[in-house]
Design a protein around this ligand. Sequence first.
Ligand SMILES: CC(C)(COP(=O)(O)OP(=O)(O)OC[C@H]1O[C@@H](n2cnc3c(N)ncnc32)[C@H](O)[C@@H]1OP(=O)(O)O)[C@@H](O)C(=O)NCCC(=O)NCCS
Length: 172
Amino acid sequence: MIKLEPLTGRHDRNGFDCGVEVLNVWLKQTALQHQSKGISRTFAAVPADESTLRSWVQSGYRVHANSILGFYALTSAFVLTEDLPAQQAKRYPRQIPVTRLGRLATRSDMQGQGLGQLLLTDAVNRARMAAQAVGSAGLFVDAKNADAARFYQRYGFTASADQALTLFLPLW
Ligand SMILES: CC(C)(COP(=O)(O)OP(=O)(O)OC[C@H]1O[C@@H](n2cnc3c(N)ncnc32)[C@H](O)[C@@H]1OP(=O)(O)O)[C@@H](O)C(=O)NCCC(=O)NCCS
């Protein structure tokens, strides 16, 4: 079992490795700084309880109670509708507020087990809840590469016509 919670200094940021150094470094060096200034909010997936932790350790994973299994970060942003997929763009005025999924990653040794889907689902739900109180037309993501873009497309994100790595999911 896995639970998602806001990132704090208690979490082991140095022990996290998703295979993409720029994301590892962002988590280690920037996530908490940005959080303290209100720039972004990061949510970490962690083992939900002792028995989960024990079973992973028995299976050979190097994890402890404060290990980060995956994380994502949300920020507010303002985008030009010309950066949205053409189908979506025509619904909106020229500039719109969105929620940007700035970062999303799972531990290398736990990839392919559904954790990415869990994180993305939580990010969409959280963005939807926040959009009840503060206007946000949808979730906007700059995928790192074509593989990552395909991951988002599986969950309904569509790519902008001329920027294949810029994807959007309307919340309304
Ligand atoms: C991309 C990433 C977050 C996916 O996490 P994950 O835990 O491996 O994903 P899941 O196991 O939940 O996979 C969910 C589905 O997406 C698919 N998927 C996973 N990675 C994919 C990829 N790179 N391209 C296309 N599909 C992918 C899986 O096959 C799975 O489909 P299925 O349910 O039909 O089997 C993870 O590979 C990662 O952290 N990569 C390095 C960092 C990165 O590239 N992040 C994206 C930043 S923009």
